[in-house]
Design a protein. Structure first.
Length: 445
């Protein structure tokens, strides 16, 4: 019998199913929120008309590179021959597409909503996504549809790109996510401003139907939407955002050095027999509970914590830093204490995060951590104090050394000691640090 466990602090390592769909939806939703800088579209001398070249711009979004394989949302395995100039070219083409006439691009965007051609790869929040031309066109379609109508009526957060929140209720938009392309194709020959008008009027009807909404709030929202309806009916021109490029602001784009590091890390894991495609999991047997991370039991990670490759030690710190390890809590916390003084900064940082996750379960390492308070490195002393802080009141045995560290020459070590003492004593008090970060002498507690 198996049950899944998650890495509760390092969310960027969380393993999520259906990541591509979720990642793209997240990108679309957050960037829609940045679309409130609305520009009413007028006539453009050089970019309008039947020969404005919008279809050519959309076709130019096709990347000549082969899309990288994405392993568990974490490893985009780019080819060593990947042409990174293509990415820059395509991102520029995205901006060009945004600046084109909204009314003219509408039918062409709808036509390409299911275009599977690869455009680029990016990291958004916790998800690595291979973005297609269809994803870009769908995003722009949603953005053009959201601008005039229901965005003014969103006093709260949305639950997704195709819902709005009114009076704490999640209200699906008319098309529903799965049917957006069908809904849009049925209106492909309509002028965009008329489609926007249809949605704005739907929004008015929806707000009027929410009887639980206070009258003043309802009136305020209706006034905003009706003002937009008036503009659409008077100008007979769509309201679109010609400023924000799709995906630009919220996503991280890879480069050649990063791609090489990812390939090297992935190869390292494979070479030492780890399984980067494996979920973290707990195996339940009749005798005991045994934790597995990347396909290896925790006992194996205790050995790998001493591996010569720093990347392996980083993964060891992540594997060992889990709550509820039972009989493994003692050896895991002791191994993490040693990793706090590792020569590699990333290893030390992961070990410190691991103690934050373990909390009181790391109590067996209190003595080892107290010894680290005597280390010659100020960074190690600060990390040890931080780990003791994570353990809490159970770390009382380290109080004498922590008090001594209040006079440490390293300001970060002083700060970490003061914070640890406050937590151990059960009195979180920001003023306890006084001016110690300024290098003043500090009385012991």
């Amino acid at each position: 019998m198996k049950k899944k466990t998650s890495d509760v602090v390092r969310c960027h390592y969380k393993l999520v199913n259906n990541s591509r769909a979720i990642g793209i939806a997240a990108i679309i939703f957050v960037l829609c929120a940045r679309s409130l800088g609305v520009a009413q579209q007028g006539t453009r001398d050089s970019e309008t008309g039947p020969d404005s070249g919008i279809k050519e711009v959309i076709d130019s979004l096709a990347n000549r590179n082969k899309p990288p394989e994405i392993v568990r949302d974490r490893f985009p395995i780019f080819s060593e021959k990947y042409d990174w100039a293509e990415q820059r070219r395509i991102l520029d083409a995205c901006l060009t597409l945004v600046k084109r006439d909204g009314a003219e691009r509408w039918p062409l965007l709808v036509e390409h909503m299911d275009d599977k051609r690869y455009a680029f790869t990016c990291l958004f929040d916790t998800y690595v996504c291979n973005v297609s031309i269809g994803d870009i066109c769908s995003h722009l379609v949603r953005r053009d549809l959201s601008t005039p109508g229901f965005w003014p009526a969103r006093p709260g957060r949305s639950t997704g790109p195709d819902h709005m929140i009114l009076e704490h209720k999640s209200i699906p938009l008319p098309w529903r996510d799965a049917d957006l392309d069908v809904w849009c194709r049925a209106r492909r020959k309509e002028e965009l401003w008329k489609v926007q008008l249809e949605l704005a009027k739907w929004c008015v009807k929806t707000i009027e139907g929410l009887k639980t909404m206070p009258g003043e709030k309802r009136a305020e929202l209706l006034e905003k939407v009706r003002a937009m309806i008036d503009v659409l009916e008077r100008t007979k021109k769509p309201m679109v955002d010609n400023v924000h490029a799709p995906f630009f602001d919220q996503a991280h784009y890879y480069n050649a050095p990063e791609a090489k590091n990812i390939r090297d890390e992935y190869r390292t894991l494979v070479e030492i027999g780890l399984d980067p495609k494996s979920d973290s999991e707990m195996e339940m047997t009749s005798e005991e509970e045994s934790y597995r991370y990347l396909g290896k039991p925790l006992s194996k990670w205790l050995t790998l914590a001493k591996h010569k490759n720093s990347k392996v030690r980083v993964y060891a710190a992540r594997a060992l830093g889990e709550p509820g390890l039972g009989r493994y809590a003692k050896p895991a916390s002791l191994a993490l204490a040693q990793l706090l003084k590792d020569k590699n900064r990333e290893v030390r940082q992961e070990a410190e995060k691991a103690f934050l996750v373990m909390g009181r379960d790391a109590e067996p390492a209190i003595s080892a951590l107290a010894e680290l308070l005597k280390d010659e490195s100020g960074e190690v002393r600060a990390a040890a104090a931080s780990a003791l802080r994570s353990i809490g009141p159970e770390a009382r045995a380290a109080v004498p050394l922590l008090k001594k560290q209040l006079n440490d020459k390293d300001k970060n070590a002083r700060r970490a000691a003061a914070e640890a003492l406050d937590i151990i004593a059960g009195r979180p008090d920001p003023s306890s640090f006084d001016n110690r970060s300024e290098g003043e002498s500090n009385p012991a507690r």
